[in-house]
Every structure is written in C-alpha cells, then in structure tokens.
Design a protein around this ligand. Structure first.
Ligand SMILES: [Zn+2]
Ligand SMILES: [Zn+2]
Ligand SMILES: [Zn+2]
Ligand SMILES: [Zn+2]
Length: 319
C-alpha cells in the first residue's frame, strides 16, 4: 500500500509537471505571451492568443516629389501620387522650367527683335530686352544754331525794300508750350501741339530804311524731312512727315496768332505763334529761321529743310 501511494504520488507529480509545462509552453495562462513585432498598422500581437500590447507604429511616409510618389518607408504603402512638374512658361532666354525641382524641358524661344528706330534700340517684343542703340539722327553730326527759349540771338535776313540788302536784328523764342489743342490749334487723338512764340526785332537804320522780311520752315531732326507742303489746306494746316518708332507718321503745321507785326517806335517787331501737331511725345520737329532771300529766290516760303539748313540758319527744336 505504501508503495502504491508512492507511485501514485510520482505519477501525479509527473502529470502536474507535464500539465504545467504544457500550460507554460503552449498557452498564455501565466501571461507569457509570445509577441510578434509591431507593424505600421498592427500593435505587438501575441502569436498564440492574439493579445496586443502598445500601439501600431504608424506609417513613415516619404515626401512626394515631382516624379516620385509618397510611400511608407517601412511597409511601402502608397500614400500619394507623384506631384508632377509645375511648369513655368518658356521665355526668350529660359526653357520651360519646373518651379519645384528645376527640371527643364524644350528650348528657350529666343528674342523677337524689332529693328532699331530713331526713338528706340532694337527691342524684343516679348520681354523688352534691347540691343545696341537707337538709329543715329540725320542731324546728329550737323552744326546747327540752336535757339533756346528766352535767349535772343542775331538774325540776318533780306530787307523788304531791297532783297539784295541784308538787315540784322534779333530772333527769340519767347515762349514754348505743349498743349492738346485750343480754338486755334485743333486737338487730334494721339497727337499734341507744340507751340512756339517767335519774336523778331529789327532796329537801326538799315531796318528803318528797308524793313525786314522773315522766312522760316520746318524740318525734322531725325530724318531731315523735306516733305513740308508748300500749300496750306482751308484750315491753314500744312502736312509734313515724322519718323516715330519706325513709322512714317503724318504731322501738321499751323501758323497761330500774330501778336506784333509793325513798327513800335524805333523797332520793327514780328511776334507770332507757330504750332506743329505731332504724335504725343515726338521731339524731332525743327523750326528753322533762314534768310528770306533764299525763299525769294525759290519763289516759295516753307523751303525744304535741307535747302536752308546751314550755319546761318537758326533752329529751334520743338521738343
Ligand atoms: Zn498570448
Ligand atoms: Zn507603413
Ligand atoms: Zn518638377
Ligand atoms: Zn526677348
């Protein structure tokens, strides 16, 4: 009996150990979970019983670029598509370029150059880039006697009584203004009037004996235009041409009010207004005072500018 009890004890003990071992190694009843590593989306999870611990790791996304999508560094999950390039428009000097990554495609357009004019150098119509200088004005190398507003200078012209006799007085531009128009000088869209007041004064014996006759015409600083018409239309307007940004444009001249045209004591005075109607901002018109004898010989006033421009002529640039 004693022996039996002993064996029974051994068997029970062994079974207990077996059960314990089974419980330890095959189940989680003692809290001995066998955790698999956490992933992006799953926490640590017991392989045996499914018990979890902690939190999922969460995805670690890469930054999407123009060409690469955003993906999880750990698990490769697709998060967002590639952004695609953000193309800036092609320009004269740069091809299409991605604002984000600087990748380029295609070729620059190249400049679209105009010809140089008297007012502007060769200029790209797209971007404004310029090359070189404006054209050289026809009169750039000319020696001209330029009149300045408010400064009288000697002026020699033929006398009335005898065109062979010269008389010398003074010529002065007493006033110069730019206006849209008024009752004498009619306004015109896109144009402006440049109006000069001219004052000629003759005194001394020659003038008193013979009088004096003025002569003037108009020219152009850039193209030395000779087109001024000898005849005015019914409104007193004469046409001539200017060269404005490469375009030959029509301009007009009109003689305005006469302020003085007589003897004042010992002085023979002529004061009057001359206006030219030119594109807004045009600065090339020349008012040219010359010796009347030249006009008399030509039997025509408003002579071509190139016929009268010499060292004697007085020139006022209406700019
Ligand atoms: Zn478990
Ligand atoms: Zn992930
Ligand atoms: Zn890009
Ligand atoms: Zn350009």
């Amino acid at each position: 009996m004693k022996r039996f009890l002993l064996w029974a004890g051994v068997v029970i003990g062994a079974s207990t150990i077996g059960v314990l071992l089974f419980l330890i190694f095959s189940t989680c009843v003692f809290g001995n979970h066998v955790y698999a590593l956490a992933t992006c989306t799953e926490p640590e999870t017991c392989e045996r019983c499914g018990e979890t611990r902690g939190e999922p790791l969460g995805h670690v996304y890469t930054e999407a670029t123009c060409t690469e999508p955003s993906v999880c560094l750990r698990c490769g999950e697709h998060h967002a598509d590639a952004l695609g390039h953000e193309w800036l428009p092609v320009t004269c000097t740069e091809p299409e370029i991605c604002a984000r990554c600087g990748t380029t495609q295609g070729e620059p357009l190249g400049h679209k150059m105009t010809d140089a004019t008297y007012q502007a150098p060769a200029t790209c119509t797209r971007c404004g880039h310029t090359e070189g200088e404006p054209l050289t004005p026809a009169l750039a190398e000319y020696t001209i006697n330029e009149l300045t507003v408010g400064e009288p200078v000697p002026y020699t012209t033929a006398s009335i009584a005898d065109h062979a006799v010269d008389v010398t007085g003074t010529a002065e531009i007493t006033d110069y203004r730019v206006i849209d128009g008024d009752e004498i000088f009619p306004a015109r869209e896109g144009y402006e009037w440049h109006v000069a007041t001219i004052r000629l004064v003759f005194s001394g014996e020659d003038a008193q004996q013979n009088g004096a006759q003025s002569a003037y015409t108009f020219g152009d600083y850039y193209i030395l235009d000779d087109s001024i018409s000898g005849h005015a239309d019914e409104n007193g307007m004469r046409t001539f041409a200017a060269d404005w940004y490469g375009m030959r444009v029509k301009c007009w001249q009109k003689t305005g009010e006469t302020v003085e045209n007589d003897w004042y004591g010992q002085e023979l005075r002529f004061t009057w207004e001359e206006g030219v109607l030119v594109p807004k901002g045009y600065d090339g018109v020349l008012l040219i005072l010359f010796n009347f004898r030249q006009a008399e010989d030509a039997t025509r006033l408003y002579l071509p500018a190139s016929d009268v421009l010499d060292e004697e002529a007085l020139v006022f640039r209406m700019k």
